[in-house]
Design a protein around this ligand. Structure first.
Ligand SMILES: C[S@@+](CC[C@H](N)C(=O)[O-])C[C@H]1O[C@@H](n2cnc3c(N)ncnc32)[C@H](O)[C@@H]1O
Length: 588
């Protein structure tokens, strides 16, 4: 049954009808509802009161189509999960006097709090969507009709955006009481909101103060749940109590990562992994983040399975290093340093329909299945993350048009040197113009990104940033031309094949894998990033692996892939990795 687009039980419907039958003013109605369930302002105005009264008596119970609520990150917590969370907190002797649900939705965390915590004096819920405000109120009323002997705390359900709510004044008002912040803030990122043209964002949305480049590479993409959590730390970190929020794993990771600088007064940071498929029917890795407020700042997080409370591993800061598994890291930390070669991200063009081509009988076919004749000069073999399965790649399935040799280069030259390519690109200019990312604004018309001298290195050692496979691939030139990678891949480039082979042997060594496993988060959207790969100290690693092992690997690669490599360039390779200043010191 639904009223005001909110679910309402039969019990609540008849209760309201009965209770308000002879009531004419909404003030009196509010007093009656307060006595019944503790909610301070059940009706915000006379109109709400009159409409609800009419609705319940006419049993005007229509089923209304749910609107699209993507911008509100709307994943309601089921009551079972909310109860389990509350029970777990209770088992940890958490017994709040004040409960705050910052984005209370249909109110299941409020009901779970009423059922599980007996010392509550005040509950504050905030929700932006009016039908959910109603549904929360109806559920609370339902709870007290079913449990008439339960103590009634004072309850306020605010119809407001969490970003406009004054948490600091709540903190001041209840400065001595034990507090619990509980809930499940919206699961939506700022970039998703951007694409929906939504204003459901904090005013200062670039709160991480990232520069334009970070925003471009996705580093500036954050979940608004992260912003809300930090807002709550700002308001309540000096307040006795706890915070327990269901959030994406990436949010927990970012919060622990930022703890080093932010030093919020939170400790006992714990992450309880939940099964989001089962609980929310989505494949997003999420957890209950729990921590104690008003305590000495902690910079590590202990991870558990939510359902059996088995301890997994601890992650966070170990001295000056951020690691995903503190125990593993302790065993492999000697290769944590600075990679002597610069890891690069592949080409970004955001125009796969036009720019990704396959060869067929002397012409090319694009993703729109159009057959095209193009000059060869700007065509290069092209690999995507899904292509990086083998250890050595000599041929590519796809090709791309490399329109620039460095970022920002004019593309008008194509018209004069490569008329067929120009005609093709020009004919499809609308695809280039439709590219959403702001990086293309004001740039030459067929611009690409992730391009530079490094892109044209003949021999590359690459890894997919997206997959959890700790395996590196040697990419060889195709028809004497270097092969390009797309922007989901990272690579280091070499002019000599020997250096590339030595590098791949080091990178595919067990020690590298174990080290990478101790610093990567396998549930991240991008498991590998440039920052992580730059931590691989290949020079040190080279000293930890015997020449015999390297020789054996060279033998295997030569045999399997028809290479002809030996160790003759090994000393030069090592020398290439020695930092410039040290090299000079040995010369003089
Ligand atoms: C992930 S749902 C969780 C709801 C509830 N906390 C629960 O656990 O079931 C997020 C809720 O946040 C609400 N919401 C989204 N943006 C909001 C905002 N700016 N202020 C307050 N609530 C918001 C949504 O309407 C939705 O009910």
């Amino acid at each position: 049954m639904r009223i005001f687009e909110a679910n309402i039980s039969y019990q609540v419907c008849t209760f309201i009808e009965e209770c308000l039958k002879n009531t004419s003013s909404f003030e009196i109605a509010n007093k009656k509802m307060y006595d019944a369930c503790g909610i301070t302002t059940f009706f915000e105005n006379n109109y709400d009161f009159q409409t609800l009264r009419e609705s319940v008596s006419a049993v005007n119970i229509n089923s209304v189509q749910e609107p699209d609520r993507a911008e509100y990150g709307d994943f309601q917590t089921n009551i079972d999960l909310a109860n389990k969370v509350a029970r777990q907190l209770r088992l940890k002797n958490i017994s709040p006097q004040i409960v705050i649900e910052p984005t209370c939705g249909k109110g299941n965390f409020i009901i779970a709090s009423l059922s599980n915590f007996k010392a509550i004096k005040k509950i504050i819920g905030i929700e932006i969507y009016k039908p959910y405000v109603w549904e929360t109120k109806f559920s609370i009323l339902d709870f007290f009709i079913s449990n008439p002997n339960e103590g009634k705390p004072e309850i306020t359900i605010n119809h407001s955006s969490v970003f406009d709510f004054d948490f600091k004044s709540i903190s001041k008002q209840f400065s001595l009481e034990n507090i619990l912040i509980i809930g499940n803030p919206p699961w939506v990122t700022n970039s998703k909101l951007g694409s929906l043209n939504s204003s459901n964002l904090p005013q200062k949305s670039n709160f991480k103060n990232q520069n334009g480049l970070d925003a471009m590479t996705g580093k500036g993409n954050f979940d608004i749940a992260e912003y809300i959590t930090l807002m709550l730390f700002d308001a309540f970190q000096l307040h006795n109590g706890h915070l327990a929020l269901l959030v994406k794993n990436s949010v927990v990771k970012n919060i622990v990562f930022d703890q080093k600088d932010k030093q919020y007064r939170i400790s006992e940071i714990e992450k309880y992994s939940i099964d989001s498929k089962k609980e929310f029917k989505v494949s997003v890795e999420a957890s209950l983040l729990s921590c104690k407020l008003n305590s000495i700042p902690s910079i590590v997080c202990n991870e558990f399975n939510f359902y059996d409370l088995k301890s997994n591993f601890n992650f966070g800061w170990l001295h000056s290093k951020f690691v995903s598994n503190i125990d593993y890291y302790n065993e492999t930390k000697n290769i944590d340093g600075l990679c002597p070669f610069e890891w690069r991200q592949g080409i970004k063009h955001d125009c796969s329909n036009i720019m990704e081509l396959e060869r067929s009988n002397g012409h090319f076919i694009n993703k729109l299945s159009e057959e095209i004749i193009l000059e060869e000069d700007l065509i290069f073999g092209f690999l995507k993350s899904s292509d990086l399965k083998n250890t050595v790649i000599k041929n590519t399935r796809k090709h791309t048009i490399v329109t620039q040799t460095k970022v920002g280069q004019e593309t008008s030259y194509i018209q004069f040197l490569y008329p067929a390519t120009y005609t093709y690109l020009k004919k499809n200019i609308s695809y280039f113009q439709a590219r959403k990312s702001s990086i293309y604004i004001g740039k030459p018309q067929f611009s690409i990104f992730g391009i530079g001298k490094y892109s044209f290195k003949s021999y590359k050692v690459a890894i997919s940033g997206l997959y959890k496979t700790y395996h590196f691939t040697l990419v060889l030139p195709q028809n004497d031309k270097p092969v390009m990678l797309d922007d989901t891949c990272y690579f280091i480039g070499f002019d000599r094949i020997e250096f590339a082979v030595y590098a791949i042997i080091l990178l595919n060594d067990k020690k590298t894998e174990e080290f990478l496993k101790s610093i990567t988060f396998s549930d991240s959207k991008r498991v590998f990033t440039k920052d992580l790969l730059m931590r691989l100290d290949l020079l040190n690693l080279a000293t930890l692996i015997s020449q015999k092992e390297i020789d054996e690997q060279i033998f295997l690669l030569n045999n399997k892939y028809g290479l002809n490599i030996n160790l003759s360039q090994w000393d030069n390779f090592i020398n290439e990795m020695v930092p410039k200043t040290e090299k000079q010191a040995t010369i003089f």
